[in-house]
Design a protein around this ligand. Structure first.
Ligand SMILES: [Zn+2]
Length: 359
């Protein structure tokens, strides 16, 4: 009898249909990749599975490190600290937030604990967002992910769904308990120092220029440029392979993407996803935004209601461009990109404001 139960347990663990929960350390684990001399990317490898964790870029200056973003939970920040310590004994002197979304800054406590002298810097708007209502969602983050994990576990068992979609839900359910645990004690660390448009961190080996180029992914995004290495950290203005559009300003976003194209970069590091060495993805993103903006503007000006606009848009070229035929990527694209992009483009066409922190 005991033997049979043990066998069932072994089968359950081996079966892709049943989810064996993972620990926070496994789920939020990071790897380090060299980007250029004195510059590294510390990333969560599985970028299209929850938790969606922002990239961290480390730039080594003569006397210390400039770190761009901090990971999205305390455990994630701890993983970032461990990876940095493998690279160098230099302290983190600057931590820059690209924007207010928690997947880029809720790991900051671990960085501050490891290097108490660190100065955190962001745009003025990002600090306002992090100290105001837009950041309030962190209080219910653990519960949201608990609900999502339960939903995901049911979907993983739904025989009517395509296998690739069920596999995506299974991976989500497997990570769920770890996300709930990781998000249970969150504390934002707003910037110590803010700026409106530009700030330079001079240095002899890796000078750094931080710039606000306009509203894009949020109303306070900044990019971090290392001109000597020609590396541009773009934050979530660029997210790959599936872009992200929750709190975006589509028209301004296109203008900012054109400004990114004008940087003479060798490597562009997106807010999530793999480093890019050309402008192909920027062009794909601009084309998608312009397509949706143009179609939505025509319909919005004709007084067509938003839900009807959603039905009438032809999104297939965008789905093909970003997700191919992968059912899971198509699902993620609808949830994090096209749905929000349409509502934000609709607001833009009608002269309404996109409220940060709300859909
Ligand atoms: Zn992000």
């Amino acid at each position: 009898m005991i033997r049979t139960i043990l066998m069932l347990c072994v089968l359950a663990l081996a079966s892709p249909g049943l989810a064996a929960p993972l620990t926070p350390a496994q789920v939020f684990a990071r790897q380090t990749y060299a980007v250029a001399p004195h510059i590294w990317l510390i990333a969560k490898p599985a970028v299209t599975d929850p938790p969606f964790e922002g990239n961290v870029v480390v730039i080594e200056q003569a006397r210390g490190l400039v770190v761009v973003d901090a990971g999205g939970a305390p455990v994630s920040g701890q993983a970032v600290v461990a990876e940095i310590r493998k690279l160098t004994g230099k302290p983190v002197t600057w931590l820059v937030y690209t924007h207010y979304h928690g997947d880029h800054n809720l790991g900051a406590g671990a960085i501050r604990a490891a290097w108490p002298g660190v100065q955190i810097v962001s745009s003025t708007r990002t600090r306002e967002n992090m100290t105001g209502p837009p950041m309030a969602y962190v209080a219910t983050y653990a519960k949201s992910y608990g609900d999502m994990a339960a939903f995901a576990a049911a979907r993983a068992e739904d025989a009517k769904l395509p296998q690739a979609l069920r596999d995506g839900w299974r991976r989500t359910a497997q990570a769920g308990p770890a996300m709930v645990e990781a998000y249970s004690d969150l504390k934002p660390h707003p910037a110590d120092l803010t700026f409106e448009s530009r700030i330079n961190l001079a240095d002899e080996i890796a000078p750094v220029e931080i710039a606000y180029l306009g509203r894009a992914n949020t109303d306070g995004d900044v990019v971090v440029w290392a001109p000597r290495q020609r590396v541009l950290a773009a934050g979530d203005i660029v997210v790959a392979p599936i872009p992200y559009a929750a709190h975006t300003f589509p028209g301004d976003w296109v203008e900012v993407l054109r400004k990114l194209k004008a940087y003479d970069f060798k490597v562009l590091v997106p807010g999530h996803g793999a480093p890019q060495t050309d402008r192909a993805y920027l062009d794909r993103l601009i084309a998608a935004l312009e397509r949706v903006r143009a179609q939505v503007a025509l319909l919005a000006k004709a007084g067509v209601p938003l839900e009807e606009v959603r039905k009438r848009l032809d999104l297939e070229p965008i789905r093909k461009a970003f997700a191919g035929d992968d059912p899971w990527l198509r699902f993620v694209l609808a949830v994090v990109f096209t749905g929000d992009l349409i509502s934000n483009a609709y607001k833009e066409a009608r002269g309404e404001t996109v409220v940060q922190g709300k859909g």
